[in-house]
Ligand binder design. Structure first.
Ligand code: TXA
Ligand code: MG
Length: 343
């Protein structure tokens, strides 16, 4: 596995970009930074290249991949039409952390869309991602660059842990920005539907579209979700995670109760809540004053609890507004249980 570190785009980094892009053309896998999480990319026009993604991640074959392009005007090359509502979303949010589901024109490898007649496509807003996409001059299929089921990678170290030795290269561009994945919006029906909350909030999208529905796929346990990926286990840390719903007194009671049972308890919470708790293994994931800080640190904090040191993680729950909706969506999928105050 080649490893390139890029902090600024200059002549030196240009070499790394060219090498990585050349490997894409040879149907190899390259992990790269985007503004949301790291992606594991391959040439979306080649079935053999795309198959390697599913293998490296251990990803179920019926879970379609998002296609990444360098510029908004390239989207039209891969879809049957761009409906007016999709155009509005593109104008407002691309490049940026949003993925649109549109009707595919079948120009890409079939396994990219896992046999669906629709395609998820996005334009990442990250200078390194866009340079790589331009240099390759290819549409790049890329899921998050983690082992299937694990928290998504927000730093190259996370990618290294999960995929080193299994892929051709890693482009280390430092920490990603948003911290949670793109918002997936189905634009194939009469009204846009959010299939997965993410970096662009429901409130921001509604301002542009006027209408919007939240997909049934956002609930757990759907038989046939429209975003096929949503039915699998996701974002699971190495240690069991419980969500705690209640005030700080209840949180402290739960810490004490589990500690008495002989468990080593780790706590993931805002700095505001941590200041009020007594716990041996606290990890701050940001501030309640600004939920975007929680999104930024979420996956790294989840990954930072190690099974040798901790038996169980207790996590605070956050308001489901703005980016909090994406944060809670991921936490609910990552958690094995929720403990609630009875009063
Ligand atoms: O921010 C992101 O979106 C990151 C970066 C790397 O771009 N990518 C990412 O990909 O999160 P992945 O594969 O981890 O998640 C893609 C989600 C899955 O839930 C998948 O089921 C859904 O998008 N999806 C992809 N194509 C679809 C389609 N045609 N119809 C419905 N859902 C689709
Ligand atoms: Mg993923």
């Amino acid at each position: 596995t080649s490893y390139w570190t890029i902090r600024t785009l200059d002549q030196e980094s240009e070499q790394a970009i060219q090498q990585a892009a050349a490997l894409w053309k040879e149907q190899e896998l390259i992990a790269f930074p985007t503004e949301t999480v790291y992606g594991l990319g391959a040439d979306a026009t080649k079935e053999g290249a795309v198959a390697k993604i599913f293998e490296a991640k251990g990803r179920p074959a019926d879970n379609p991949l998002i296609v990444h392009v360098a510029d908004v005007n390239q989207i039209a090359d891969y879809v049957k039409q761009v409906p007016p509502i999709a155009q509005k979303l593109m104008d407002a949010f691309m490049p940026g952390p949003i993925t649109l589901i549109l009707r595919s024109n079948d120009k890409l490898a079939r396994n990219v869309t896992a046999g669906l007649d629709t395609i998820g496509i996005r334009v990442p807003d990250h200078p390194i991602a866009r340079e790589l996409l331009r240099a390759a001059n290819l549409p790049i299929a890329a899921p998050s660059a983690n082992t299937s089921g694990k928290p998504s990678p927000t730093s190259a170290i996370h990618v290294y842990h999960d995929l080193y030795g299994k892929i051709a290269g890693i482009v280390d561009g430092g920490l990603t920005g948003v911290g949670v994945e793109s918002t997936v919006v189905d634009c194939t029906g009469n009204i846009p539907v959010i299939l997965r909350p993410g970096g662009i909030t429901q409130e921001e999208i509604e301002k542009i579209t006027g209408v919007l529905t939240i997909g049934s796929t956002m609930e757990k346990q759907v038989e046939k979700p429209k975003a096929p990926g949503m039915k699998y286990n996701h974002y699971e840390p190495d240690v069991p995670l419980w969500l705690v719903e209640g005030d700080e007194a209840f949180f402290q009671t739960e810490i004490n109760r589990l500690s008495k049972e002989g468990l080593k308890v780790g706590v993931m919470a805002s700095e505001e809540l941590l200041a009020k708790l007594h716990v041996a293994n606290p990890k701050s994931c940001g501030s309640l004053e600004d939920l975007t800080t929680i999104a930024v640190h979420l996956y790294d904090t989840l990954r930072s609890f190690k099974a040798e040191e901790i038996d169980i993680i207790l996590s605070e729950t956050f308001p489901k507004e703005g980016i909090g909706q994406a944060v809670m969506n991921r936490l609910e999928k990552a958690a094995s249980a929720t403990t609630k105050s009875s009063c």
